[in-house]
Every structure is written in structure tokens, then in C-alpha cells.
Design a protein around this ligand. Structure first.
Ligand code: SF4
Length: 369
């Protein structure tokens, strides 16, 4: 269903209209465009606080106060693409490139498993040297060594055949943010050789192959309007992803957007709450971008309805090189080996780390209401 028509700005939402939108969301129904636009742009302070509280309560009913942790392994900062917003884009001459070997990656997994992680997330640019056959072999090796662990891939757009091979090799989940569903906005963020249709096709293929599939978008990327975000929400309604990654845009040095403004934390939190109410079972990270812009961003994300964190498990000498944006946090309480710091911070807001695999499970299957 195509729902890309323009959305009229809304200045004010009565409590009655607000309640009707929230009731519809919590009953499992998508909103029309004007409903999403209203919840994103027209809430009073009291309504915004209420939305967040309801989202937090929804997450707690579904997941308790446990926050899933995933060990993030950044396998390569080479990329054949040139997305305008990305710090590791092909044309950035100012970063020091690296790629991990299979042995490096397995060593990260071993370290992560010793700490207690039950999910490994292999994330990287579209590095031609880490080709499909190589990556499938890495997944097979991890699967052999860690038969009980979840393997998540986040390595961009690949062919259907490649995705199928990864799945057969033992990968369980795949993250591929769509970044924007709006064609004009997509063209503002990406060079001509990249295609929104192809990105969306990849997401559909991943779903069909049975991956727990993650989509998502930056908030406040250059050229993004309220309409774009509404397009994103309508698209997520159609895709029904198992994971959604939403974080504020942060400009990266030496990119075409280096001088742009960062995205809004408040709007990011609003989106997290809206998504939690719309998709109560979805796996929703409080992203590193949120923690980079605001020292308490991670906690704020959780209090807005997020239920996943992804501490950095990459070798410490490469962490600062995976600079998707400026000043990305990767040490201290973002570091996998310092989980006690993270757990302490979570406990201060009434939450705790849990080391379960944390697969996507609709509430009906999980035995909840
Ligand atoms: S956003 Fe992804 S595909 Fe685009 S340049 Fe960065 S790593 Fe490559």
C-alpha cells in the first residue's frame, strides 16, 4: 500500500484526540498519516510525558526490567558505498581503514561468550574483500563454536543468494536500516548509484528468508521532514520488522554533511515511545548515537520504551576507527568488557542487564497476554 501523500501540519491535539490515537495504537492498529504526524509534532508536555510513561509500562509488561545486551563486533570499516552521512563512506580519505580476520572475529566471540553475551552482532561496511563466501564461512565457524548463541549480521545490501547462504550457515538476524522511506529524501542522503527500491527489496527478501529483520532510520538527517518520518512509520507498519533501530543523526567529519546539525534527542525519544506502543514485542535498542549526544541518552531511551543495548566487543585498537559519526562512544560503559559499569547505570533507573538471547517472540507465543 502506497501512503506517501503530504501530511498537513497539526498545531494542537485535544486530550480526547490524543487518547483516541493512543488507544488505537495500543489495540494493535496502525494510525493514519495524520495520527502519526500529530503524535510526533503536536503533543503538549503532559501528553508527551504520558506517551512515554505508557511506552515504558508496555515494555515492562512485555520484558520486565531486563535489558538485552548484544555484543557488537565491527568487522570492517571499508565500504564500497558513499552515503553522504556516513563517516566510513568510500570517499572519506581521513579515516584509517581496517578489516578483521576470521580469527579476530572468533576471538571477539570467545571474549564475548566468556563475559556472558548470547548474541553476537557482526557489523561492517560493504567491504568487497569480505565477500559473501568469506562471510558465510565466518558464520559457519561461529555457529560451530557457539551453537546456542544468536548471530546477527549487519553488512548491508547483498544478493538474495548471499542472504540465503548466510541463513543456511546459521545467521539468525539481520539489521538493515532503511534510513528513509521517502524517495526524495533518500536521494538527498545517497548518491545516484544507490537505490531505495533495492534497499526495500533487500528487507523484504530478509523477511522472506526467515531472518529476524531489523529496519530503522536516523532522526533529523538533512532534508528530513515530518512527512518523511510519517512515511517511515507507514513503511514499518507494512514491513512488520522484528527489530527497529532509531537514533539521532550525528554529522560525521569529512563528509558532505559534516557541518549539519545533529538530530533531536527529544524527537528520537518520542519515536521510540511511539514505536513501542505500536510494536509492543519489537526489539528496540537505545542506540550508541543517543548515548553519544547525551550522556544519559541510553537511560532516556530505555525509559522511553527501548529494551536492547549493544556494547562494543570489537578489538579495542579498532574501535575508534569505526567512526560512523563524530565522537562516537565506544569505551567506558559502552565497552563490552566493562558491563558492570553499564549494569550499575541501569540499576540506578530500576533496570538490569539480562544475558538471554532475547529473540523476537510475539507475546502470544511467549505465553503473555
Ligand atoms: S551507511 Fe553503510 S553502506 Fe553507506 S557508506 Fe556507510 S557503511 Fe557504507
Amino acid at each position: 500500500m502506497e501512503r506517501l501523500e503530504a501530511t498537513k501540519p497539526i498545531d494542537f491535539l485535544t486530550d480526547t484526540a490524543y487518547e483516541a490515537f493512543v488507544q488505537r495504537l495500543t489495540s494493535g492498529e496502525p494510525l493514519e498519516r495524520h495520527g502519526y504526524a500529530a503524535l510526533l509534532s503536536a503533543l503538549t508536555e503532559e501528553q508527551a510525558a504520558d506517551l512515554q510513561q505508557r511506552a515504558r509500562r508496555t515494555a515492562q509488561i512485555r520484558f520486565g526490567t531486563g535489558i538485552y545486551v548484544r555484543g557488537l563486533i565491527e568487522i570492517s570499516n571499508y565500504c564500497r558505498n558513499n552515503c553522504y552521512y556516513c563517516g566510513i563512506r568510500r570517499s572519506n580519505p581521513a579515516i584509517s581503514r581496517y578489516r578483521l580476520s576470521e580469527e579476530d572475529i572468533l576471538a571477539c566471540c570467545r571474549q564475548g561468550a566468556d563475559i556472558g553475551f548470547r548474541t553476537f552482532v557482526l557489523q561492517g561496511g560493504e567491504d568487497p574483500q569480505q565477500d559473501d563466501a568469506w562471510l558465510a564461512e565466518v558464520v559457519r565457524s561461529i555457529r560451530r563454536s557457539f551453537p546456542e548463541h544468536a548471530i546477527t549480521l549487519s553488512v548491508g545490501e547483498r544478493s538474495e543468494e548471499a542472504y540465503r547462504t548466510f541463513r543456511e550457515a546459521g545467521a539468525d538476524r539481520y539489521l538493515l536500516r532503511h534510513e528513509t522511506r521517502n524517495p526524495g529524501h533518500y536521494a538527498r542522503l545517497h548518491p545516484k548509484e544507490m537505490s531505495l527500491e533495492h534497499r526495500l527489496g533487500c528487507l523484504n527478501t530478509l523477511k522472506q528468508l526467515g531472518f529476524q529483520t531489523g529496519a530503522g532510520m536516523m532522526v533529523g538527517s538533512p532534508g528530513q521532514t515530518l512527512d518523511c518520518l510519517v512515511d517511515d512509520l507507514c513503511f514499518l507498519d507494512e514491513l512488520q520488522p522484528e527489530m527497529i533501530g532509531v537514533g539521532p543523526f550525528i554529522p560525521a567529519s569529512h563528509t558532505p554533511f559534516a557541518r549539519e546539525q545533529a538530530g533531536s534527542i527529544e524527537l528520537t525519544l518520542r519515536l521510540l515511545s511511539l514505536l513501542r506502543l505500536r510494536f509492543p514485542d519489537v526489539l528496540l535498542p537505545a542506540t550508541t548515537a543517543l548515548a553519544t549526544l547525551d550522556p544519559d541518552g541510553r537511560e532516556k531511551g530505555i525509559l522511553a520504551g527501548a529494551n536492547v543495548l549493544m556494547p562494543n566487543l570489537s578489538p579495542s585498537d579498532v574501535r575508534s576507527k569505526y567512526a560512523l559519526y563524530a565522537h562516537k562512544r565506544c569505551m567506558g560503559d559502552e565497552a563490552a568488557e566493562q558491563l558492570s559499569l553499564l549494569d550499575g547505570r541501569l540499576q540506578r533507573i530500576g533496570y538490569r542487564i539480562v544475558f538471554e538471547r532475547g529473540d523476537y517472540q510475539p507475546a502470544v507465543q511467549a505465553g503473555a497476554e
